[in-house]
Each structure stands twice: as C-alpha cells, then as structure tokens.
Design a protein around this ligand. Structure first.
Ligand code: ADP
Length: 347
C-alpha cells in the first residue's frame, strides 16, 4: 500500500508554477529520491508534504489519512533538512530525545528510545557530549537520530549530506541506507547529486519546471529515459536525431547503425558515453562512426574523450588503461553494441 500519496498537487508563486499537477505514490518502506535541476520544485514538494506550505490544489495522504488540514506536528513525519540545527547547549542524548519530550512519552520510555536511536547511528557512547564536541558526520547522525526517534511514518530528507566532504559523504550514504533498511521507514529524499540518488533510491522521480517527468527504479530511468531531457539530465548522453534511412539510423559523418527494438516512431536516440568503445568495429555485430578526437580528459580510472563528427560533439568514457597513445586532432573509430542505442519516444 502507498504510505504517502500526492495527487494533482499544484503550488504557484506569482508567475511560477513551483509544482505543476504532480501525482506520485510513495510505497511503504520505500527509499524515494527526488531529482531535478535547481528550481524544479523538489524542495517545494517536500515542504508541501511536511506541511510548511499550503498548495493551491491537490491532495496529500499519509498512511491513508488526508493531511491537507493538519499542521506540521500532526503529520507524523520526521525531518532532516540541509540547514538542520542541533541545540548547542543540550547533550547529544537530549537533542535526540527532544521530540519524545514534546510528546511526553515518559522518562523510562524516552531513555530506552534514545538509547536505541543512538545505537542505530552508532553513537551509543557519545550521548553525553555536546554538539560542538562532535565531527560533522557525527552531528549529522545525531540530526538523523532525532528525525526518526519518534517513529514517524515518513522520513523527509532535504539534501541531508550536502555539507559533508566527499569521502565522509560516501560513508554516510552507506550508513543512511543501512539505517533506513533497519527501521524500514518510508523515506523521501531530495538531492542534486545523481550518484547519490542512484545509489540510495529504490525509485527516483525527476522533476522539471514543477512537473514530474519520469519516475521508476534507477536502472529503468537510466536505461530507458522517456525523453531527451531525462537522458541528458540523469548521467550523460549522446543524442542522435532520428534520421532513418532504409531501416537504419544515419550517424554523423555518414555511417549507419542498426535500430534497436522499440525504435518505431522514436523522436531521437541516446547513447551513453560508457557504451562506446574505441577502435574499429570488431565485426558485423557492432555499429559506429569515425570522429576527430578534440580533447582527452583524464579523471583517474576513466578518461573522457570529446570527439567531433559531422559538426557535432560527442563523448565517450573509456578505461584509461585501454587507451593507446591517442593524440588530439587525429581521427578515431568509435563503436558500440547495437543494444546500447536507446530509442527516445516522442513526447
Ligand atoms: P528545487 O528544490 O528543485 O531547487 P524549489 O522547490 O526550491 O526548487 O523551487 C521551485 C520554484 O519555486 C523555483 O522557481 C523557485 O524560485 C520558486 N519558489 C520557491 N519558493 C518560493 C517562495 N517562497 N517564493 C517565491 N518563489 C518560490
């Protein structure tokens, strides 16, 4: 059963449709990642679910109950936002227990639940410390424990890890996923970091100009983008216009590629940079074209090749160790398996 249901939600600020008729179900226990360019409505959707803003129209249900008229504190949600603040003069344990004291759960119950929450975020020995005596990652765990200690139906996270440096952020992603799994709480999560969304989410939803343009499991959305926008926003994509000749796709520079299944009526075709291999096609089972190498960008294990053909630029990512001594300015052959080409349906 859907734990959170959003139906035809619209929020207007002046001339901006911050949310434009958004409908979305969040399943019980699901980790759902909201993605989209800056200004696409991610935070507005989260804040509407939380109850901080009132939408112009639409419905929101949490656990089957309509919450449009309920204030924030009665919606049974836990929250952790980017600019979360811990109470500096309270101990870690008191910070975590704040929501329990507001709910007057009783001393023994409060102590037990704080203990459990601290154990889950692996801070069981630091309950008496003050926030300033913790590292950034530890403070974030306290904020997280405070968000779920009241055992809410839904956890809303807005860029919760954005203040952390990269390695700590990767550790916290793994931690967050583990904790979410252990308590099995429905979690809706806003991030601008695609890798983070792909790693953590059971499903992702992509917003553009306030509208939901696609939702599904990360593999499906990445592998079967429904529009050029999604193909280019989620990861990188080379886009070919759908110029079909004699049942084949015309490639830049005059080559042709076979069409994958589902190509009928496609508006365009996408090809992921990592699907491309360098070198002449190994046989009739591969498709490709020749292009001039414009730039080779080294980034550790892989290199990105920027190439030009027929007046357009394309990208290929290849293992750096696979690269022969490629020199910028010379022609190289690119090829790929026919199944790598992704047909993009007409809007
Ligand atoms: P995101 O979280 O995806 O970056 P937001 O939900 O914050 O996007 O914003 C969506 C749109 O609504 C943007 O165009 C933003 O400028 C506008 N917006 C958000 N909050 C307000 C506000 N309080 N007043 C006016 N416009 C707002």
């Amino acid at each position: 059963m859907a734990e959170v249901t959003v139906e035809n939600l619209t929020k207007i600020y002046g001339a901006t449709r911050a949310l434009d008729d958004v409908s979305l179900d969040f399943a019980d226990g699901e980790f759902f990642g909201l993605l989209g360019p800056s200004g696409s409505g991610k935070t507005t959707l989260l804040r509407a679910i939380a109850g901080f803003i009132a939408p112009e129209s639409g419905r929101i249900r949490i656990g089957g109950v309509s919450v449009e008229r309920l204030p924030v504190e009665r919606r049974d949600i836990g929250m952790m936002f980017q600019s979360y603040a811990l109470f500096p003069n309270m101990s870690v344990a008191d910070n975590v227990g704040f929501g329990l004291r507001v709910r007057k759960v009783g001393r023994a119950e409060e102590a037990r639940r704080i203990g459990e929450a601290l154990e889950l975020v692996q801070l069981e020995n630091l309950g008496q410390r003050r926030p300033h005596e913790l590292s950034g990652g530890q403070r974030q765990r306290v904020a997280l424990a405070r968000a779920f200690v009241t055992n809410p139906r839904v956890l809303l996270l807005d860029e919760p890890l954005s203040a952390l440096d990269k390695s700590l952020r990767l550790d916290m992603q793994i931690e967050l996923k583990r904790i979410q799994r252990e308590i099995g709480i429905t979690t809706i999560f806003v991030t601008h970091d695609q890798d983070e969304a792909l790693t953590l989410s059971d499903r992702i939803g992509i917003l553009r100009d306030g509208a939901l343009v696609q939702a599904g499991p990360p593999r499906e959305v990445y592998g079967r983008p429904g529009s050029v926008f999604v193909a280019s926003f989620l990861g990188e994509a080379n886009i070919f216009d759908a110029e079909i000749e004699a049942g084949k796709l015309r490639l830049p520079g005059g080559g042709f590629a076979r069409l994958p299944p589902g190509s009928e009526g496609a508006a365009a075709f996408a090809l992921r940079p990592e699907s491309i291999e360098i070198g002449p096609a190994p046989g009739p089972e591969a498709d490709g074209f020749e292009a001039i190498l414009i730039q080779r960008v080294y980034s550790g294990p892989v290199s990105t090749l920027i190439v030009e053909a027929g007046g357009d630029r394309f990208r290929a990512t290849v293992k750096d160790t696979d690269l022969p001594d490629l020199v910028e300015g010379v022609p190289i052959a690119l090829h790929w398996d026919p199944s790598a080409l992704i047909p993009i349906p007409k809007p």
